[in-house]
Design a protein. Structure first.
Length: 116
């Protein structure tokens, strides 16, 4: 069953992937904008950046596919557990709901006491 840290890690990974995509697009735009700059050093730099960008895009694709596969694997495992042990899943969900209910009730009670 996925926990909160797995969800946070997934959000962080998704944000990272999105940030890298934005960075990649920005670097591509920069390369296009500096295409008119002449000179051997500028041309060398553009080639190196383009190669590095291609490598980064390839690695990002692999990482993204691995994350997708692991997420699907976790979903399949969780689904299988719930189907094999429905009452355990109901018990776990009820326990979590009970604990959250107590926490929210205690928080509301403490806020009410502070206001008095």
């Amino acid at each position: 069953m996925p926990n909160n840290s797995n969800k946070n890690a997934s959000v962080t990974r998704d944000k990272f992937v999105e940030d890298v995509k934005v960075l990649t697009k920005d670097v591509q735009d920069l390369l296009k904008a500096t295409a008119s700059v002449v000179g051997d050093k500028a041309a060398e730099a553009r080639v190196k950046v383009e190669e590095s960008l291609k490598v980064a895009q390839d690695k990002l694709s692999v990482v993204q596919e691995n994350m997708r596969a692991k997420g699907q694997e976790a979903f399949t495992a969780t689904d299988g557990y719930v189907r094999d042990n429905p009452w355990n899943a109901v018990g776990i969900a009820a326990g979590i709901g009970f604990i959250l209910g107590i926490g929210f009730s205690a928080g509301a009670f403490l806020r009410c006491r502070r206001d008095d």
